[in-house]
Write a protein that binds this ligand. Structure first.
Ligand SMILES: O=P(O)(O)O[C@H]1O[C@H](CO)[C@@H](O)[C@H]1O
Ligand SMILES: [Mn+2]
Ligand SMILES: [Mn+2]
Length: 405
């Protein structure tokens, strides 16, 4: 009996989105640029990695071929002849280049509305929203109130936050309201409670997520965000693949950020984890436990949060190489009729200006011992991924997308 697994490499885009220019992202190519920089020695970091990007296992599944299909150019060091599985390219129809938009569409539900966003001007948040938050959460005020990189703003305002007890509120070009606060000086539970109130206040503005960003350390040189991040997210507007599989009585394993991204909907087994090695281990554990017709989905967030937003090319390259080294362990554990999909939700080109996501197409790499090699072309919506898995698991077709098998 079949099972299906998605390893979602958060932000590992492969360029080529036809609407990239609407976002100022024409030419962005997360994977392609990392490979180029690595090949020219610009992704070297002592003690971490050096030289060309080494990802033979992803490449054997068609990563290089997918980038070539997406952009017309084969990145240096990659191959355009896969050794197994099916490869293709996913194109997003949802207008947001954010994590929920990408994930929901992958699970069969393109986002039919425009998210709310906060302006680049300062203050970024409407005064009545701030007043309501301060009042309801009993806060002495807030800090930040602007677009920012999360690590930069903690370095800049963390000491003042500890002194004043005012949480640091910031946003980005995504539909987010983020709150950074110290785990002990402010308190983790208090931070979550402030976020819960903020979520109630921002939901009518169609803000996709309120994100708790706890950190530790005593000064700007030692502040460090912890794994206790929590996302308070709007629920998808229609039943996703997760809901459909759970409603059919089958298991749905949500590993890492997945449960938060779908607001817990359709999740039967929520598994926490941080960092690529641990998330990989949890994926192997889930595969061990998973019953027939189970769906397992893991979000590997570090590509995005630790390296893409931080514009850290060597770090991103090393993370790809780490994932690639582990991949054979997963493939070796697949049963005959298990289906593995490796894909991404958007781009976050670490060579691009700024610190935000980039509008890109994504790789779709599919492997099953039961599946012959093939190419599935450029798919007009990420929802084709969800429909393929739905068909594989024996679910009725959904409203969006088509199976490519
Ligand atoms: O700079 P940090 O706090 O990592 O924020 C990033 O993380 C958010 C959620 O993925 C994005 O909207 C982006 O702003
Ligand atoms: Mn993402
Ligand atoms: Mn991100």
């Amino acid at each position: 009996m079949p099972r299906a697994i998605i390893c979602l490499l958060d932000s590992v885009g492969i360029g080529g989105a036809p609407d990239a220019d609407h976002y100022g992202d024409q030419g962005a190519n997360t994977l392609g640029h990392i490979a180029e920089w690595a090949a020219s020695g610009k992704a070297d970091r002592e003690g971490l990695r050096s030289g060309p990007l080494i990802v033979p296992n992803l490449d054997a599944m068609g990563l290089g071929a997918a980038v070539k299909l997406s952009t017309g150019t084969l990145p240096p060091g990659l191959s355009d002849t896969p050794k197994g599985g099916c490869f293709g390219v996913g194109r997003e129809v949802s207008r947001g280049k954010d994590t929920p938009s990408g994930h929901w569409e992958i699970a069969g539900v393109p986002v039919p509305f425009d998210w709310g966003y906060f302006p680049q001007s300062e203050p970024a948040f409407p005064p009545d929203l701030v007043a309501a938050l301060v009042n309801r959460a009993g806060l002495p005020g807030i800090l930040g109130n602007k677009h920012a990189s999360g690590t930069d703003i903690i370095a800049a305002l963390g000491e003042e936050h500890i002194r004043t007890g005012k949480p640091i509120c910031y946003t980005s070009i995504d539909s987010v309201f983020q709150i950074a606060a110290h785990e002990t000086h402010f308190g983790l539970d208090r931070l979550y409670e402030v976020c819960r109130i903020a979520f109630e206040l921002t939901e009518p503005l169609r803000i996709g997520r309120v994100i708790a960003r706890p950190f530790v350390g005593e000064d700007r040189n030692s502040f460090r965000r912890t794994g206790n991040r929590r996302d308070f997210a709007i629920a998808p507007p229609e039943p996703t693949l997760l809901d459909r599989n759970a409603a059919a009585g089958h298991q749905v394993y949500a590993i890492g950020k997945i449960s938060d991204i779908y607001a817990g909907s359709g999740v039967t087994h929520k598994i926490k984890g941080t960092g690529i090695p641990q998330l990989f281990d949890k994926t192997l554990d889930a595969l061990e436990m998973a019953a027939d017709r189970a769906f397992i989905m893991t979000n590997f967030v570090d590509f995005d949060s630790e390296y893409g937003h931080r514009r850290d090319v060597p770090g991103y390259a090393a993370a790809l190489e780490l994932f690639d080294r582990r991949l054979p362990e997963l493939i070796a554990r697949l049963r005959h009729d298990d289906l593995l999909v490796i894909t991404a939700d958007h781009g976050n080109d670490p060579t691009w200006p700024g610190t935000d996501h980039t509008r890109e197409q994504v790789p779709i790499l599919i492997f099953s011992p039961a599946l012959p090699m093939g190419e599935i072309g450029i798919r007009p919506t990420f929802a084709d991924i969800g429909e393929t898995i739905a068909a594989w698991l024996g679910l009725a077709p959904g409203r969006h997308g088509q199976s490519f098998l």
